[in-house]
Design a binder for this molecule. Structure first.
Ligand code: B3K
Ligand code: ZN
Length: 875
């Protein structure tokens, strides 16, 4: 491995010695290079350390010139470059710094800074990409006013964009032109953006709550114009929702979105100029699934909501990343829940949390929601920062209630508008408006690991009292042991043996009767409920009121009762999950197949199919077995093949036992004649897909029916449902033929190529030989992160072939990581994730995974990104 990169610590934070009061940027794009001229008005920060020198960040910049207050300076002992910085010695307290650099966006494969995606130029500056554009104080607590002028060839790049409002444009010599932009809002450099391209746009307007008309513009490459309507609608819904639910109004005359094919993540909230991965914004019914529409709506909302939670109020330093990300994920989750279905959104989110965040929190890269150190900040855009961070905000919401939470967020936005702040500042506002002491609660920010809450109960028939005793334990994580007790809100209810939902009564000071929340604050805590005629069944952690693993020794009778009667939709689902988890894990451990389904489960399923009081989406969720990663997370030593086989055997057994009612339900669902992305229709499609997936395992007619559905459906959602199931039950030859047809039909559509790559990598037929062959396919492009994720990433995350006992799958991934790292460290680093969990696997897998990690570790010029992941994993 290369020399150890530097670790940065939260405890070392110091304010900047310098402010940048104003930025003037001139970006001149030429065919093979770009020249960036920057004029920075700099002054001493009265609250900062008394440095004599100015030290600016810069990476991969070719030095051209520097001047201070108009005096040209050459590189000498007073102005010099060292370790990705430009140091200017002994500067005055206020001055104008001019620098000129040359950069090469065409060669920038890291997709960070200014780079070329196809024919267009675009930027990605979060977290530390601005330093690849010009010398700057590239840290989130330095906020400035930006003026940007871009110049480029007029024919090749008719559209030139930057943050804020356009102030002028015009032609210059040699067929070139310019556009100048001014952003009146102070912002950190990570929110800077610029775009140049031959783009077309869809436009619309939104009138804000104070009556201001905002122009909405969505820019795409011309062939994508037919895929912009949905995102535009989602954008308007976002504007409206943030006004209604959070009182937040948009603050510029124009809001622009640009779609680009090459992007390292989903999208970026640059002020007034969001840049989106095409996959996260372009959609129409011919090429997008319901899940795509859902995801796009959520991301469009998320980036827009950042305008307040992130842009107007930003982070003091990158350790506070969850201040904006956790809060904004909470906001987008509420947006989706308000628009569609609250319980379904909760179930979807908890599935993701348990399947991906819990494993992260139990692995070598586990870190607190507010980390105390990092090597490469790009490695910290994690499920913990985003999803667990959102859970922490959700718990604050639970503790305060909607009204006080809104008061707290109003106070936060008012008080810190235009500032860079900390999670402490956020929590302090919540405490101030509610009078609730969150001192203990704040431990959630500082300690990693998923808390385990173990609950035992005891019923006394003579007094009618029911006692619950909870014990909490936060497991050790790298660098953190012996953790204190957390404040954990456990929402609960009780059910009588008859299935009736009771109203629990208790005088306990930690019991909140209004919300049904039991506040755990001690390592061990007991509560007594009175007035119970018989022993109740507890419904624990309703709505997943805290991101914990909750253990209670449920027997299958209790779970069956909850599955059929719990008034809390989330817990009804969770009861079925717990029930099926018990069956699958018992079989996996014994190495047996499940051939008969427990009668109680069948009864519950039959009732679920018949129950008129639940919608089809809930029905679909109830009928879906726990994910393989979540099952794996619940065992001591993971055997992925055994878990997969046991889970599959239960699916087959259910299908056999219930073929008739499943078919009956399927036939009763009408397929709407016209595709619409609306909840009832989406729910019906979800249920049809779940039912078909079962029936395909036992009913010979299904293949023909699904083939017909694939051919005659007027929307890709139904086609994809058919494909996904056929992908599982097809023989190899039909599978290959179908994929061949697919790419012939859709080979010009980027989103469909991506879908096709996934179909290629997730089937049971997708062995290593197939994936290796696919790497050479003309539609695969290793420079495009979406394609890499859909082929290699999906293979490693979902495919059983990845876990071949000889370690060939792991070695393949290691080789791909090494190859990718040389171009795009951020992408490569993410690809390592499946290997990092090696210690959790049974011996024969763990050893091979470790060897694969060691292969990566041996590389001499490994990026800091991969170095951090690999060295933490091998520790
Ligand atoms: N803030 C960006 C993520 C930036 C990732 C940089 N490696 C998107 C988002 O969370 O909205
Ligand atoms: Zn975000």
């Amino acid at each position: 491995m290369s020399a150890q990169p530097k670790e940065i610590f939260l405890k070392d934070y110091q304010p900047s010695a310098w402010n940048i009061d104003h930025v003037d940027l001139l970006i001149q794009i030429f065919e093979e290079e770009t020249v960036v001229t920057s004029n920075l008005r700099i002054s001493r920060n009265p609250d900062g350390p008394k440095d004599k020198d100015l030290v600016l960040h810069g990476a991969d910049l070719e030095y051209v010139a520097t001047s201070i207050d108009g005096d040209e300076r050459i590189l000498d002992e007073n102005v010099f470059i060292e370790d990705e910085t430009l140091r200017v010695k002994d500067v005055p307290d206020a001055f104008l710094l001019n620098t000129v650099v040359r950069i090469y966006p065409e060669k920038n494969t890291s997709l960070e800074g200014l780079y070329k995606s196809g024919g267009m130029y675009c930027t990605q500056c979060e977290a530390e990409g601005f330093r690849k554009i010009t010398w700057y104080l590239d840290r989130p607590d330095v906020l400035s006013i930006f003026n940007t002028r871009i110049e480029a060839d007029k024919e090749l790049f008719p559209v030139l964009l930057a943050n804020g409002n356009e102030i002028s444009r015009g032609d210059i010599h040699n067929g070139r032109h310019y556009v100048a932009w001014k952003d009146p809002h102070k912002k950190p450099a990570y929110l800077f953006a610029t775009v140049a391209g031959k783009l077309e746009k869809t436009t619309d307007t939104f009138t804000t709550m104070s009556g201001k008309e905002v122009k909405l513009e969505l820019f795409v490459e011309p062939h994508n114009l037919s895929k912009t309507d949905f995102a535009m609608g989602a954008l308007k819904r976002s504007f409206k929702w943030d006004e209604e639910r959070f009182g937040r109004e948009y603050d510029l005359d124009i809001f622009m979105v640009v779609a680009t094919d090459h992007f390292n993540m989903g999208a970026m909230e640059n002020k007034g100029l969001n840049i989106f991965n095409s996959a996260a914004v372009l959609a129409n019914e011919k090429t997008s699934t319901d899940a795509d529409f859902e995801r796009i709506e959520a991301i469009v909302g998320h980036e827009y909501f950042h305008n307040w939670s992130g842009n107007r109020v930003t982070c003091r330093d990158w350790f506070q990343l969850s201040l904006k990300e956790g809060f904004t994920v909470f906001r987008d989750a509420e947006f989706t829940a308000d628009l569609h279905s609250r319980p379904i959104k909760r179930i979807d989110d908890v599935n993701m949390l348990r399947s991906a965040q819990f494993p992260e929190d139990a692995g070598p890269t586990a870190h607190p929601v507010r980390p105390q150190s990092f090597i490469e900040i790009n490695n910290f855009y994690t499920l913990t920062i985003y999803e667990k961070g959102a859970e922490v905000v959700r718990m604050i919401h639970t503790l305060l209630g909607e009204e006080n939470f809104r008061k707290g967020s109003d106070l936060y936005f008012d008080r810190f508008d235009g500032q860079a702040v900390t999670t402490e500042d956020f929590v302090a506002c919540m405490e101030e408006v509610s009078g609730i002491d969150l001192t203990q609660f704040k431990l959630w920010y500082d300690f990693a690991g998923t808390p385990v809450v173990t609950i035992k109960d005891d019923y006394d028939a003579t007094t009618g009292t029911y006692k619950l005793t909870a014990q909490q334990m936060v497991p050790d994580t790298p660098g953190q042991t012996n953790k204190p007790a957390f404040h954990i809100p456990v929402k609960l209810g009780l059910l009588a043996e008859s299935g009736e939902n009771l109203t629990p009564g208790s005088n306990d000071t930690n019991w909140d009767a209004k919300t049904g929340v039991w506040h755990l604050r001690d390592r061990t805590q007991t509560i007594e409920f009175t007035g119970l005629k018989s022993k109740p069944v507890p419904s624990l952690l309703r709505d997943f009121s805290a991101p914990v693993k909750l253990n209670y020794n449920f027997d299958l009778d209790q779970l069956a009762l909850l599955a059929q009667n719990d008034a809390n939709a989330f817990n009804r689902w969770d009861a079925v999950q717990r029930f099926t988890t018990q069956l699958i894990l018992a079989a996996a451990e014994a190495g047996t197949e499940i051939s008969e389904v427990d009668e109680r489960l069948l009864k519950a399923y039959e009732q679920i199919l018949a129950d008129e009081n639940i919608d089809n989406a809930i029905r679909a969720a109830l009928l879906t077995l726990p994910s393989r990663p979540w099952l794996a997370e619940q065992v001591d030593s993971i055997d992925p093949i055994a878990i997969n086989d046991a889970r599959q055997s239960l699916r087959v057994a259910i299908a056999k036992a219930m073929a008739k009612p499943l078919r009956g339900k399927l036939n009763s669902i009408k397929r709407p004649a016209k595709y619409e992305f609306k909840f009832q229709d989406v729910a019906a499609r979800r249920l049809r897909a779940v039912l078909y997936a079962y029936l395909a395992l036992v009913d010979d007619k299904v293949v023909a029916e699904l083939e017909a559905q694939y051919k005659d459906a007027n929307n890709y959602s139904e086609q994809n449902d058919a494909l996904q199931i056929l992908n599982e039950v097809d023989d190899k030859a039909s599978w290959a033929a179908r994929l061949e047809d697919f790419i012939k039909e859709w080979g010009d559509d980027a989103q469909m190529i991506e879908a096709w790559l996934s179909l290629n990598s997730t089937s049971k037929h997708a062995d290593l030989a197939h994936i290796t062959k696919m790497l050479k396919h003309e539609k695969f492009d290793k420079g495009n992160p979406n394609r890499v994720r859909r082929l290699i990433g999906a293979f490693a995350m979902n495919n059983i072939a990845f876990h071949a006992k000889d370690g060939s799958g792991y070695k393949f991934l290691a080789e791909q990581v090494i190859d990718t790292d040389a171009r795009n460290p951020q992408l490569a680093s993410r690809m390592i994730v499946p290997l990092t969990r090696w210690k959790r696997y049974a011996e024969q897998y763990a050893g091979e995974m470790r060897s694969a990690l060691e292969l990566i570790a041996e590389v001499k010029s490994l990026s800091p990104d991969c170095f951090e992941m690999v060295s933490k994993s091998l520790k």
